[in-house]
Write a protein that binds this ligand. Structure first.
Ligand code: SER
Length: 340
């Protein structure tokens, strides 16, 4: 991988942990981790340096920039969709103003270093908004430019930040005598719900899948907040981390867009339950829909068309539904709760 300096914001989140563990395997890679909350000792030991701080503090972000020459910024810090509905103005600040601060820092860095700085950004299926269930069923796998009519603060924030990223790459200060477009190389994947075997998400609307699996493994009853027929796409966390790494590594000439869907498997909540019960036969899982969170999920697509990612940079998930359960989720969650 060569020598590289990488900034990870939201390092203490689920994707952050996965990325940090990945980079720890490469000698030449210096990870600078940033989060509001300190990392646990084991994860911290895998980083070159950890900073506890706020992406909204632009002075702090600028000062970070004076200490390092970043090659790539993985900007993961965000408030997820359920939490964002409860605190919309805070969500807008963190998700949008925070991203703006990072893009400004990236462009300053690229100017100082005289080279492009990559910004890798996880967007979401929340950018889509299907008007009703019958359209959702008919639409099935949707493409990047279809149904981008989000109904949540989080989805709106993500869609807007994708556009900000494109602006910083292509049109930044386009009226200047010497325009600076092309100095930030913004690349983005729209993630489905991610399922980790080692951490639980906080504040997402796709959380029912990881919660169901973790409750089953820990022997707790789970009251699932969606209907059994709810279907949205999901992905095993190692594939989520892999997608970001693959997109970062892709050569720029191959990219025909900056925004890519990535898909993996798309079970209904009832099918998830059947799989969880197959692995943990004594699991107690009930469906007790929260109609408001359900309404959000009913606007998210059943599945995504990820043919652009497959064609441009060779995206292919390692885990389908069966393999994700058999080879990743079940063994790892079982181990996790056995050791607790
Ligand atoms: N997992 C996210 C959420 O539920 C969607 O990308 O908010």
């Amino acid at each position: 991988m060569g020598s590289k300096t990488i900034l990870i914001t939201g390092a203490n989140g689920e994707i952050g942990h996965g990325l940090i563990s990945h980079f720890a395997e490469y000698d030449g890679v210096k990870v600078i981790a940033l989060d509001l909350n300190p990392l646990d000792e084991t994860t911290r030991a895998k980083c070159h340096r950890m900073y506890t701080g706020d992406i909204l503090d632009s002075r702090f972000i600028e000062s970070l920039s004076t200490g390092y020459d970043f090659d790539t910024i993985y900007h993961l810090a965000a408030l997820l969709s359920t939490r964002a509905e409860r605190q919309p103005t805070i969500a807008h600040k963190v998700n949008v103003d925070g991203t703006l601060n990072l893009l400004e820092m990236a462009i300053t860095q690229s100017r100082l270093q005289g080279k492009e700085v990559k910004v890798i950004y996880p967007s979401s299926i929340a950018v889509y908004g299907l008007p009703d269930l019958s359209v959702k069923h008919k639409a099935q796998k949707i493409k990047e430019d279809e149904w981008t009519e989000p109904r949540t603060m989080y989805g709106i924030n993500k869609l807007y930040c994708e556009r900000l990223g494109r602006y910083y790459t292509n049109f930044y200060r386009q009226l200047d005598a010497e325009p600076m477009g092309g100095r930030v190389d913004f690349r983005c994947v729209r993630f489905p719900g991610l399922i980790s075997a080692v951490t639980l998400p906080t504040g997402g609307t796709s959380d029912f899948a990881p919660e169901m699996i973790h409750h089953a493994a820990s022997g707790e009853t789970y009251n699932c907040f969606v209907r059994e027929d709810t279907r949205i796409p999901f992905m095993a966390m190692p594939d989520g981390v892999g997608a970001l790494l693959m997109l970062e590594a892709a050569s720029k000439e191959k990219l025909t867009t900056q925004i890519y869907n990535v898909g993996s498997f798309s079970p209904s909540a009832g099918e998830l339950k059947a799989h969880v019960k197959g692995a943990f036969p004594s699991a107690s899982i009930n469906f007790n829909p929260d109609l408001k969170r359900q309404a959000i999920l009913d606007t998210w697509p059943e599945d995504v068309d990820d043919s652009r990612a497959r064609g441009d940079w060779g995206w292919k998930p390692a885990y389908d539904f069966e393999r994700a359960f058999a080879e990743y989720l079940v063994p790892a969650v079982t181990k996790l709760y056995r050791s607790k």
